[in-house]
Every structure is written in structure tokens, then in C-alpha cells.
Design a protein around this ligand. Structure first.
Ligand code: 16G
Length: 157
């Protein structure tokens, strides 16, 4: 589905600092623990992400309710390997419970894939809960043979 196939009242666009007030963090809390992020902390982090030039935080807003109802982020990591190109990572994909089944996730992922090609990424990766693997398979993400792992150390205190 192309981004322009979204229903009229749904708009896909980059994250704005005003999305703090449009429920962006509440939406993320449907994915994982957000913690206590003040408006000031949000603004600071937003500015760091924006000025780095490496983050493409994409949201879908319902213009009828002025709420952010879907989001996905492309993070691009500079590499020396592969002719000093970039690796893209898909992060923080979430669609509001009440908007599931409208293919908003498809629009977000297809948009990030195009963006990653445009940004000259040589590959695009993600990690997710095992039960989501089949969903991501639909977009071409696969578990590469011999690499069916994702290693983590939790550094949170
Ligand atoms: C999933 C997300 C990742 C997110 C993490 C949060 C996708 C494709 N993956 O792995 O982006 O940061 O969950 O889980 O959306 P955590 O709180 O356990 O780190």
C-alpha cells in the first residue's frame, strides 16, 4: 500500500516536537516501558535526534483527533564496511490498538524501506518479539541462515 492510500484524515509525516502533546509517548507505551519523560526531556532528545541527521522518526496522525496513532523510526548508522555506506535499523514500530487492521503498519514499513534505499543503506535490519517475525517476513525481512540471534545485555539500573 502506498502512503497516499491512507484514509483522508490520516497523515504520515516526520515527528514534530508538538507530538509530545499529541500522545506520541502514550503510543510508544503500547510497545514498551517509556518511563517518566518530561516535556523538557522530550524536547532535548528530539533536538539531539534531529540535529544528528540519522533519525527518521515517522508518525501517522489522525487529523480528526490530533492524535499520533502510528509510528516507526529509521535509524541510519554510518559504516566503513560495504564501501563506507550505511546500515538502516527499523525501530519502535507501533500502531495504536484502536487502529489495528487498517494496514497502517504496512504504510510505515514500506515508507521506511523506501527511505532506507534513498539514504543509500546497504541493509535494513530490525529485532522484534518472535511472534512478530511472520509479520515482518511479509515485507522481505528474513532470518538469515546462521544468524538467528539477537544478543542483549540490559544496562538499566
Ligand atoms: C522491539 C522494537 C524496538 C524497541 C524494543 C523495545 C521494532 C521493530 N522493534 O524490539 O525498536 O526499541 O522492542 O523493547 O519495533 P525493550 O524495551 O525491551 O528494549
Amino acid at each position: 500500500m502506498e502512503p497516499n492510500r491512507l484514509k483522508e484524515h490520516l497523515k504520515i509525516r516526520p515527528l514534530e516536537v508538538a507530538d509530545f502533546g499529541r500522545g506520541y509517548l502514550t503510543l510508544l507505551s503500547q510497545l514498551t516501558k517509556v518511563g517518566d519523560v518530561s516535556k523538557e526531556a522530550f524536547q532535548k532528545q528530539f533536538e539531539k535526534m534531529r540535529s544528528s541527521g540519522s533519525y527518521y522518526v515517522t508518525v501517522i496522525e489522525d487529523c480528526n483527533t490530533n492524535k499520533v496513532v502510528g509510528t516507526a523510526t529509521l535509524f541510519t548508522e554510518y559504516k566503513m564496511v560495504h564501501n563506507a555506506r550505511k546500515r538502516g535499523r527499523v525501530e519502535d514500530v507501533v500502531v495504536d490498538d484502536e487502529y489495528r487492521g487498517q494496514k497502517l503498519g504496512n504504510v510505515l514499513i514500506e515508507t521506511l524501506k523506501k527511505l532506507a534505499v534513498h539514504e543509500d543503506c546497504y541493509k535494513l535490519t530490525l529485532d522484534c518479539n518472535d511472534e512478530m517475525i511472520a509479520w515482518y517476513n511479509r515485507f522481505g525481512f528474513i532470518v538469515e541462515p546462521g544468524r538467528s540471534n539477537f544478543l542483549t545485555i540490559r544496562l538499566e539500573s
